[in-house]
Ligand binder design. Structure first.
Ligand code: MLC
Ligand code: AMP
Length: 498
């Protein structure tokens, strides 16, 4: 029987170590066997789960990979959930995806028990599965849907981005070719595994290449420094915020300590930054400290990676380079005219096998996000001396903080439930560490009072930690245009003035 290529490849890698966690190491064979068991339990005697949405809430590691592969091998669509999501956010994703089952680990089971009970969703504990399975698995066509990733955008609620097996393969193969992935590579995995950066660029590219992953529950600077000083890795992928934090920490160390760690960074084959703009000053500082020229690339949940500085060749600070293999890029101005010449700004539009197929159950949003078969990213760029440079986004309602894409509208909708808030406008304001931080301008109900600390406390059970406002401005009136609409650029200026 023809297997999915990632399984086919894993079978040939057999006894090689695929993933290392604090509990030990796991071979490619163990991943395949574990995925067979997950698939059999999901199939439960049927032949194919027929694109049922199977959500999972698991820490990075072998159980995560076995579950993702198991869902695919049973014919399901994998829906990874965020470990830092609030209950309401988890419930939204499960309902929107119409998930029929959720796979959890023993330690996370409690978090989902009540939600799943209310919604009639089957809960499978990955730690209580049988040890073997003899079930025949279905053959999976590459054009079937494989994954839904929830991403925030210009709508209030996150949308589910659907990719097929063929699309995921195209995304992986493009990066393997561009960045020279090899079986001798070793990568730390500390980015969240409900987003494309961690799932595709780091985890799936490594597994496709028979490389080795060291998985961590989250980003812990001390642990990473220790392992880097041990020369544990050849490839490193992070968001700009992480490089800013690493620079800060390295600069605070004694020369001896710093030298030990920096040698580990200097000896790596490749260090990559993405998911948000890498300030040229950070690029330069990192080079000064480690001798490594960070490779900056540009991507998006809907398209995988699209533009990258070269692996061999000039890695230019402040620029994202050239289209990746198999990816077509064009810039279009506001009147819909292509402007692919030097120095003329336009919206980045993308075409190719790497592009997603649809927003889950949102036909209109899907239609509106394409023009003549090209995906409209909403990011503006310009070509300068042959390389693309990102100028920013066309919508002020999208905030990028610590590499997370946040919808100002979604945060506003949550805040409007607060009994003291009459009106609010959420905006991203520039921040050296986080890129942008969430700020909110509030108009309070008469006689009410609210400070940042109590607002943040109130937010804790309602939204993910990175969506919680870090800056607060209480005003009598929010700036509005002639139509009565709150003007966010004016709100941002208000913040920058105070
Ligand atoms: C956390 N804190 C923040 C914050 N997030 N402060 C301001 N803005 C934010 N966004 C605060 C916490 O409240 C806490 O404060 C302190 O910072 C440390 O919190 P933490 O949770 O321990 O932070 P840390 O673990 O250091 O997280 C930083 C991070 C994380 C950069 C590791 O944000 C992260 O994993 N980001 C990556 C997201 C990602 O993968 N995006 C890719 C999307 S895909 P206190 O006061 O309690 O100390 C995509 C496409 C593409 O974009 O191109 O890749
Ligand atoms: P997400 O929706 O979480 O996948 O985030 C994708 C968005 O991140 C893009 O639309 C860009 O706005 C931003 N992004 C990713 N990489 C870069 C980069 N190198 N420079 C600037 N912005 C980036």
């Amino acid at each position: 029987m023809k297997q999915l290529p990632i399984i086919e490849r894993a079978l040939t890698h057999g006894e090689r170590v695929a993933v290392r966690t604090e509990n030990g190491e796991h071979t490619y064979r163990e991943l395949v066997v574990g995925s067979e068991i997950v698939a059999a339990v999901l199939l439960d005697g049927t032949q194919d789960v027929q694109e049922a949405r199977i959500a999972f809430l698991l820490p990075p590691g072998e159980r995560y990979i076995q579950t993702q592969w198991g869902i695919w091998r049973a014919g399901g669509i994998a829906v990874p959930l965020s470990l830092s999501a609030a209950d309401q956010e988890l419930e939204y994703a499960l309902e929107d995806a119409q998930a029929s089952a959720v796979v959890v680990s023993r330690e996370l089971a409690e978090k989902l028990q009540a939600i799943c009970q209310t919604n009639g969703i089957r809960v499978l504990n990955v730690d209580d599965l049988p040890r073997a399975s003899a079930q025949t698995l279905p053959e999976i066509d590459p054009h079937r849907r494989a994954m839904i990733l929830y991403t925030s955008g210009t709508t209030s609620k996150p949308k589910g981005v659907v990719t097929t097996h063929a699309c995921i393969q195209a995304q992986i193969e493009s990066l393997i070719q561009a960045w020279g992935w090899q079986s001798a590579d070793r990568i730390p995995l500390f980015l969240p595994l409900h987003h494309i950066h961690g799932i595709i660029n780091a985890m799936s590219c490594a597994l496709w290449s028979a490389a080795e992953i060291e998985a961590f529950p989250s980003f812990d600077r001390e642990t990473i420094f220790r392992r880097v000083a041990d020369h544990a890795y050849t490839v490193f992928m992070a968001v700009p915020t992480i490089y800013v934090k690493l620079i800060e920490a390295l600069e605070s160390l004694s020369v001896d300590e710093r030298t030990r760690i920096v040698t580990g960074f200097a000896d790596m084959r490749l260090m990559i930054s993405g998911s948000a703009a890498l300030p040229a000053s950070v690029h330069e500082k990192w080079f000064e400290l480690t001798g490594q020229k960070l490779l900056e690339r540009y991507g998006m949940t809907e398209i995988g990676m699209a533009i990258s500085n070269p692996y061999l060749g000039e890695r230019r600070p402040g620029a994202v380079g050239l289209p990746l293999p198999g990816v077509e890029i064009r810039l279009q101005d506001e009147s819909g005219i292509s402007v692919n010449g030097e120095g003329v700004p336009g919206e980045i539009q993308v075409r190719g096998p790497n592009v997603f197929s649809e927003y889950w159950r949102r036909d209109q949003a899907t239609r509106e996000s394409f023009v003549d078969g090209w995906f409209r990213t909403g990011d503006m760029a310009v070509i300068e001396r042959g390389y693309y440079r990102i100028l920013g986004r066309s919508s002020v309602d999208i905030i990028k903080s610590g590499g997370y894409k946040l919808s100002a509208l979604e945060i506003e909708a949550s805040l409007m439930d607060h009994p003291a808030i009459d009106q609010c406008a959420v905006v991203g304001v520039p921040d050296e560490t986080w890129g942008e931080t969430v700020a909110v301008a509030l108009v309070l109900k008469p006689e009410d009072e609210l400070d940042l600390e109590s607002l943040r406390h109130w937010c804790q059970d309602r939204i993910s930690p990175y969506k919680i406002p870090r800056k607060l401005l209480v005003v009598d009136e929010l700036p509005r245009n002639a139509m009565g609409k709150i003007t966010k650029p004016a709100v941002i200026k208000l913040f920058l003035r105070t």
